[in-house]
Write a new protein. Sequence first.
Lengths: 432, 284
Amino acid sequence: MVSLGKWSLAKKRREHKAGILGVTFFTVFLCLVIGGLGTMAQGAEKGPIKIGFISPHTGNFAQMGLDMVDGFKMYLDEINYTVAGRKVELIVEDEGEIPATAVTKMRKLATHDKVHLVAGVFLTAAVYAVAPVAVEAQTPLIITLSAGDDLTQRKRSKYVMRVSFTGAQLGHVAADYCYKKLGWRKAVTLGMDYGWGHENVGAFQRTFEEMGGKVIQKVWTPMVTADYGPYAASLKRDADGIFEVVTGAASIRLLKTLRSSGLMNKWKVMAPGTATDESLLPALADDGVGVYTVFNYSAALKNPENIKFNEKVLKVIKRAPTLGMAHSYTGADWIIRAIQAVKGDVENKDKFIEAVRAIEIPNSLRGPLKLDKYGQVVQNIYIRQVEKVGKAYQNTVVETYPMASQFWTYDPETFLKSPVYSRDYPPCKFCQ
Amino acid sequence: MEFWVNQAFNGISYAALLFLLGGGFTLIFGVMKIVNIAHGSFYLMGGYVGYTVVLLTGNFYLAFLVACCVIGGLGMGMERLFLRGLSGQDLRQMLITMGIALFLQDLSLVIWGGNPLNLAIPSYLSQSIQWGNFYFPVLRIFMIGAAAALFVVLWWFQEKTKVGAMVRAAVDNAEMSEGLGINVPLVTLGVFGLGALLAGFGGVVGCAFMGIYPGLDFELLPYAFVVVIIGGMGSLPGALVGSLVVGLIDNFGKALFPELSYFTLFAPMAVVLAVRPTGLFGKG
């Protein structure tokens, strides 16, 4: 037993040595093989296409941000995260509540993750801050929800494209409808005091006054406004209606205040569509009924694509469809079509950007879409009215402005010579 | 005339909501000497609990009862489990309330989602009383009434009852009170619960008035700060006066100089801090 023990010990030692050698060789071999495979794989198909996606997951707009991600993922699921023979990798980042957070995330996506393109972005203030970073890093930015007019106007760049809407694209149309169909001649405006409010109100005022109307009062409110009572009480009563630009939870407070202060008995309300987003309708309930909104989409649109989309959302995401989901879905569709057009070669940025700009979708769930040469989508703009159908509320489409441009009926070059719509432009000539 | 009446009415009704928030805040500060960062979360959770109760039972007043019990209990639990062990260490206690606030905010996002929710109120509350050219929303009148009633009850409790006297003693000198046989930890527990309860009550009112959503807690907290800094930390009448000042200034400021709304809100706070750092009713 003892000798056997010694022998086995010696054998064990030998085996041990051999084991070490074996492991070393095996490791070296493995490294060589994997390394070789790696280079081979790179030669063959270049790894996945990385798409960065920025949307708010915390704070006031958290739900909107989650809707955006869900809509985007729903589309990628449909194509099984594969396009033109390459896998798609989605990297989602939180936009946060302040533009600085969004900028940090954009930097991370561009320099650390080395994404091939970035989509999403919600807040106008955030997108104005994010775009320069994208341009600097030469990363294509395809805005799928945010506005921020100047990014496809005076501050345009070949790297920035937008398939959502601009503030003015909605404001111009709203003014036309209010003047011609609702018969307004005097209007008051109330807007959130940042880009989104400024650009909507500015566009509304310009078109409304060029037709002969008068904006007699412009009120700007902070983004965080707990009580709209004081603003509502100070509105000039001799107007025919109010154009308001208030988004998110604050929209509920404003409309409730307008209702309970008796102003809605007297006035019609017109607002951009974010004021009565499908996600807000249940909370608005009867207070929202009758409010007019102007937007590029409504979940109540009756085209076959949108009906299919609605059914799919209820099945996959299991919530009622919202503008956030619809915009992301269309945006993803757009991006994937462009990747197909370049046969997956997103590394060739110039070719890819050209492809994005050349895409035309004749039958999206929002209607026909194409980009103008400034990178902004030309699309149907709908006038909608909140209506109670059975127990639920919806944005019923009452009028369609087909293929409205961000420049409305103005000549783009002349339009671009005047400054971007802002707090003080156009100046309020008829304010008392 | 119409302008002044409307704005004053709006201001007072907003002050009522601020009092519900700031009243509890100042009570807690008075006894525990800590700034309860989770106070906005109590308000938020109160609103969510109230919303859920109305959704399930349809009873508006039951919502108040349940929200008060749940949030009061939550406050007491928090005091007993997390703050008691750290008594005397203000900074750590404050950091814990901060952590709890963040935790509750995310919890509400998970349970109730991020969409703004509004509490369905009985139809008689959602109407407006029209009187000549004036519209007075009944809900705002209800808010003013509720806050006024609560103030009277709390004031009576603090000034006229024996338990109230114990609370005042604990506020003024905790060690001396303990020496006299007052169970200060129990008083602290009770006051913390009461403060949370008030915030929960305010949350239900606020949920009906302006809706709730994750993030509202930190939007409202600065208002509570301003109210108690102007009124004086730890003083109930101070909280009342503070909320009236803030409510009215905020209203007239927004109506008369809408561009300066943050300035008109925080300027009085700066002035009070400079001239009388303890606040109008605070003790030095």
